[in-house]
Ligand binder design. Structure first.
Ligand SMILES: Nc1ncnc2c1ncn2[C@@H]1O[C@H](COP(=O)(O)OP(=O)(O)O)[C@@H](O)[C@H]1O
Ligand SMILES: [Mg+2]
Length: 345
């Protein structure tokens, strides 16, 4: 990680009160607005240059939408996204196109995200074409260099995606993202669709590239065991909101939100003594995630939270009515839970 002159880490991306709602409409000719799917509902966080922020939560909680709203692949409903102090939510046209060069994405499914009718060379050179970087022979040499950087044989440049394994296809996706020399990459579950045996190779590749090119990552995953190996800090998301955000060590040693605790109790620990100790207080979540079209009132985790009656007894707060604030309960440790809000310093 890099620091600026003051010894303070330099912030590359600031997300403030970001909301991404998808309208629900009814009717064929006259579209009546029936409500909204609140995929991302008022989230705020910063990412420092050169760091990896992990974003974790169950399927459907709004992780991919967050990544897309940051990159302006969706235009946010509300809130601000600042990249190097430039507001992205209002820029358009040529300015947006130019800005996109700095912000890239690696997709979850290396099978679906590569055009089967294009050669690997064309897939990787497409972003160079869009951003008018290099020409003819020089561009082809750059593609070969990119193949080499991600650990693929440059000789494969004329082959098609189906000729590669899953792990190799994800390397092609990484090469395509790197082509324009971005600063920030959203890695959207880049290893979820891969065999366990090759997941570590792709993680190691991403780490090596981060060091080599001083990249900043938002690394999305649906479980905490994956982000543990790559993240500096981790944000835990539930039903469109961030419920906890802190550094990786604190999150794993001292998780404060009941949802984080539940997610962690599903992650295996190699140490049998620690495992036995934890077995005693294992938290198993009941029920399913509610619909983001109709989230619960109060704290949106209240329908599944094991601490609701404890909050009522100890703090006299009804989680089903009062929404907890996302607040900094210790230095750089943010939580949205009444259990912790009340004991703020
Ligand atoms: N383009 C869209 N239109 C309508 N609803 C969407 C769209 N994209 C995502 N959603 C909904 O938003 C919620 C969050 O989705 P997503 O961000 O894909 O979650 P995750 O990546 O955490 O699995 C889901 O309920 C999903 O159905
Ligand atoms: Mg997703």
């Amino acid at each position: 990680m890099t620091t600026n002159g003051n010894g303070k880490q330099d912030i590359i991306l600031r997300v403030k009160n970001l909301k991404m709602y998808f309208p629900i409409t009814k009717g064929i000719i006259f579209q009546h607005h029936m409500g909204d799917i609140k995929a991302v509902d008022d989230i705020s966080f910063d990412i420092k240059r050169g760091e990896t922020l992990g974003l974790v939560g169950e399927s459907g909680c709004g992780k991919s939408t967050t990544g897309r709203a940051i990159l302006q692949l969706y235009r946010p409903t509300a809130g601000s996204v600042k990249f190097e102090d430039r507001e992205l939510t209002t820029i358009k046209g040529e300015d947006l196109r130019r800005m996109r060069r700095h912000l890239q994405m690696i997709f979850q499914d290396p099978y679906a995200s590569l055009n089967p009718r294009m050669t690997v060379g064309n897939i990787i050179s497409e972003p160079l074409e869009v951003h008018r970087i290099l020409n003819g022979r020089a561009r082809r040499e750059r593609v070969k260099e990119l193949l080499d950087i991600v650990g693929l044989n440059p000789y494969f440049i004329n082959r098609y995606p189906h000729e590669f394994s899953g792990g190799q296809r994800q390397r092609i996706g990484v090469a395509r993202a790197l082509a324009v020399q971005p600063d920030f990459i959203v890695c959207d579950e880049p290893i979820s669709a891969l065999d366990v045996s090759i997941q570590a190779q792709v993680i190691n590749l991403l780490k090596r590239l981060q060091d080599e090119f001083n990249l900043t990552y938002l690394f999305i995953a649906h479980d905490l065991s994956v982000v543990r190996h790559i993240s500096d800090r981790v944000a835990v998301m539930y039903l469109g909101k961030i419920v906890e955000l802190t550094d990786r060590v604190t999150l794993y040693q001292n998780p404060l939100h009941p949802y984080t605790q539940a997610l962690l109790s599903a992650v295996p620990i190699p140490d049998p003594i620690a495992e036995a100790e934890r077995e005693k207080k294992r938290v198993i979540l009941q029920g399913d995630v509610p619909s983001p079209a109709n989230p619960p009132k109060g704290c949106n985790f209240c329908t599944r939270c094991p601490a609701v009656s404890r909050v009522m007894q100890t703090h006299g707060i009804d989680c089903k009515i009062v929404e907890p604030k996302f607040s900094e309960v210790a230095s750089d440790h943010w939580v949205a839970c009444h259990l912790h809000e009340a004991c703020r310093p």
